[in-house]
Every structure is written in structure tokens, then in C-alpha cells.
Ligand binder design. Structure first.
Ligand code: C5P
Length: 412
């Protein structure tokens, strides 16, 4: 049974990091969606934001003392930890993760986390070196084995001036992760293998090459970075992933089946062979046309006049998968690389291709979407348009997968 966010009770533990300010935005978004939010702040969180701000946004007094007679008289800390549907820790600092991993209970936040019998979702935020330190790696592994779920961290420039993984997930991504964690509230812990465990996901990535003759082809500038990052995020979330990729210079991501193809028709056949699936994510930049007649010998130059190539349309793999009646995956996601009228064109594509979500980005001159490290996308669904800020392709992938998990959780 899924608990809808509109009736959910969220116990939000705010740790002491610069990302604490984003926790205020998280409270606002959760309240907007109808959730009740009870905030608990650690002592160091109060060095970054005030309990008054959190209380005003949540509409409830903020708890921060373990031994407060007045607070305890209102609702005891054990009851507080058990009356929530989900406990969310955002931001979770390296110190807070370490205390959770050891089972310490030396303040209200950690006592609640030890006493709760509900699912726990954490959004880590810390300096990149702290996140990559073997001690933090050990703590994260231990917490994951205990059934704690993670959202983020993302990659990007950090408040400390460094760059790398450690930035707290954006509030919208945390809300998505909360929705998917609320999907199976009967479980005592969040699925330790990830929110896509038991799901089969097919991802297409890279360009296609359409042969002209044995040595020449028509291709495009897709690097495969975004598609590969999505496949990797899906595998990281516990899914069984089949990545069907056109020619790219990236290594095969670990932990999945990778099928290498060249042309659109080979990609179409590989996708058909990989079906059925719970989700299909079409990230590949599939060539719209192929050469009607592929020469068996290398075409020689000369012969005067212009050389004509007759092009015929390729099958639209995404539309075909979306429009299947028997085997349609529960969630079908497409990408739209546009040079103009990004949202209008993507909206039209959503309807024409019959998919559930379109992730649209601009590949106009001056953008670095093709081949670059980062991406700025708009997410178009029947519910409307959401603009995500510019972020790394790995961060976009993490958010797409959190969104996929939330969408799958909504379906029976
Ligand atoms: O129509 P357009 O190529 O802009 O659509 C982009 C979306 O459709 C992407 O998700 C792409 O992977 C998918 N597509 C496909 N087969 C095609 C063309 C596009 O799956 N032949």
C-alpha cells in the first residue's frame, strides 16, 4: 500500500551543514504537496538556519532538545520517532552518518533515528573528500545494509570551493525519493538493494551509424554520456539493466548487460529482444533516416555531377515501444534534443510518441549538451513542465531514476 504524499507524516532531521538552507525549501515543497512535517534540528544545524524559520515553514514547533521537559510533556521522543510514516535526514553530514552507522544516541536526532521502526531516507551533504573518505564509504555501506535509503549526493561545485560528489540532492529530487520510499510503507526498512530492485529497465544510448557503403556512414554527435549515466543510475538503484548502445568511446558500465549495435534497425531489434521490461528509457540519438541502398563496395569519387543518396525513414523505436498494447513497459521515457521551441516541440513529441515523460534539452549553438559533462533539462509530462537547474549528467541521471521509481510506485 502506498501512502500518498498528501497524507504522509514526515519526520525531518536537519543536520549541520551549509546545505541546511535547502532543507527549508524541502519543507516548503512537502507542505505544498500536503504532507505534515515535524522538524528536528541538531545543535550544529542551528548554526546554519534558525529553528524559527523551520517552525514557520512546517507550521509545527521544532524539536532539538533530548531532555526538554516541556517538549517531552507534549510528545515523547520515542513516540515522535514512531508516529511518522518516514524519517528523512537532510542534510546528513559525515558526522551524522557516522553516528547513525555506530548506533549512537547522544542527542535528540540520533536517539530518534535509533528508536524509529520506520523507513529512513538520507540525503548526504559534505565536502567531496569527506564523502570519498574510506570511513564515510564504510558508514554508507553499513547504513545501506541496515536498510537506510540514500538520495544523492550529486556532483558539482561546492560551497568549500571544490568540485565533485558531495552536494546535497536538490529538494525536488528528495521529494521524488520520499514518494518512492512511501510506496511500500509496510516494510520495516527501505529496500536495501534500492528502489528499482526487481525491476527490468531497458536504456538506449549513443548515436546510430547508418551505413552508406562498407567504409562510410551517417552519424551524429551524441557521446552516449547521458544514456550511460542513466543506465548506471538504474543499476545503482537495484534494477536489472539492459543497455543498448550505438558506437561510443565510453567503457561499458559495470553491473548490467550491454548490447552493442550500429544502426537504428539493429537498435530496434536489440530492444525488441530485450523486452519485456518495467521501464524503457530512450536516450539514444537515433538517426531519423538511413540510406535506402547501401553499396556493397566503396563508392568511388568522380563521375561528374553531384552524387545523390536516397534516404528513407528509420523506425521510431520509442514510439513503437510506447504504442505496444501487450508488452508496453509501465513507464516509457523519451529524450528530446531540440534547437528551438524546446518545450513546445517536446510536448508535441510526448503526445506523438505516446510516452509518459519527455526529458527535453537544448542542443542549440552555444550549448554543450552533446559531448559535455552537464545538462540543463525540462521534464514534460501530462502534469506539466518542470525545469531542472543545470547539473552534471550523472546528477540528471540520478533524478531521472528517482522520478522513474516514483512513477513505477504509483502504478499497481
Ligand atoms: O523524434 P526525435 O528523434 O527528436 O525523438 C527523440 C526521442 O525518440 C529520443 O528519446 C530517442 O531516443 C527516440 N527515438 C527513437 N527512435 C528513432 C528516433 C528517436 O527511439 N528513430
Amino acid at each position: 500500500m502506498t501512502i500518498p504524499l498528501s497524507t504522509a507524516r514526515i519526520l525531518l532531521v536537519i543536520g549541520g551543514g551549509i546545505a541546511a538552507y535547502k532543507a527549508l525549501e524541502l519543507i516548503r515543497r512537502l507542505r505544498e504537496r500536503g504532507a505534515a512535517v515535524q522538524v528536528v534540528m541538531t545543535a550544529s544545524a542551528q548554526a546554519f538556519i534558525t529553528p524559527l524559520s523551520a517552525a514557520t515553514l512546517s507550521g509545527q514547533p521544532v524539536r532539538h532538545e533530548l531532555f526538554s521537559l516541556t517538549d517531552e510533556a507534549l510528545i515523547g521522543h520515542i513516540e515522535l520517532s514512531r508516529s511518522a510514516d518516514l524519517v528523512v535526514v537532510a542534510p546528513a553530514t559525515a558526522n551524522l552518518l557516522a553516528r547513525m552507522a555506530c548506533g549512537l544516541a547522544d542527542d535528540l536526532a540520533t536517539t530518534l533515528l535509533l528508536a524509529t521502526d520506520k523507513r529512513v531516507l538520507v540525503a548526504p551533504a559534505m565536502n567531496v573528500r569527506m564523502w570519498l573518505h574510506p570511513a564515510t564509504r564504510r558508514n554508507v555501506e553499513r547504513l545501506e545494509a541496515d536498510g537506510v535509503a540514500f538520495v544523492g549526493p550529486g556532483e558539482g561545485p561546492m560551497a568549500c570551493g571544490e568540485f565533485g560528489p558531495g552536494r546535497m540532492a536538490e529538494p525536488a529530487a528528495i521529494v521524488d525519493a520520499i514518494e518512492s520510499a512511501l510506496a511500500k510503507p509496510g516494510d520495516s526498512a527501505v529496500n536495501p538493494r534500492g528502489p528499482l530492485e526487481g525491476r527490468r529497465v531497458i536504456v538506449t544510448s549513443g548515436p546510430t551509424y547508418e551505413p552508406i557503403d562498407p567504409v562510410r556512414f551517417i552519424g551524429n554527435r551524441s557521446s552516449g554520456r547521458q544514456g550511460h549515466a542513466i543506465a548506471q543510475a538504474a543499476a545503482g538503484a537495484g534494477a536489472t539493466v539492459i543497455l543498448v548502445t550505438g558506437p561510443v568511446s565510453l567503457p561499458d558500465p559495470p553491473g548490467m548487460t550491454v548490447v552493442h549495435v550500429e544502426s537504428a534497425r539493429e537498435m530496434q531489434a536489440a530492444v525488441a529482444a530485450a523486452m519485456p521490461a518495467d521501464a524503457f528509457i530512450a536516450v539514444a540519438a537515433v538517426a531519423d533516416w538511413r540510406v535506402d541502398h547501401v553499396e556493397t563496395e566503396k563508392i568511388k569519387k568522380g563521375g561528374g555531377g553531384p552524387r545523390m543518396l536516397r534516404l528513407v525513414e528509420n523506425p521510431d523505436i520509442l514510439a513503437e515501444v510506447s504504442k505496444q498494447t501487450m508488452l508496453r513497459p509501465a513507464v516509457v521515457i523519451g529524450f528530446a534534443a531540440e534547437t528551438e521551441h524546446v518545450v513546445d516541440n517536446a510536448n508535441a513529441k510526448l503526445h506523438r510518441k505516446g510516452c509518459d515523460l519527455i526529458i527535453a534539452n537544448s542542443v542549440a549553438e552555444g550549448t554543450t549538451t552533446f559531448g559535455g559533462e552537464s545538462n540543463e533539462v525540462q521534464v514534460i509530462s501530462a502534469e506539466g513542465v518542470e525545469s531542472w537547474p543545470s547539473m552534471t549528467k550523472a546528477a540528471v541521471a540520478g533524478r531521472v531514476i528517482a522520478r522513474l521509481a516514483a512513477e513505477l510506485a504509483k502504478r499497481p
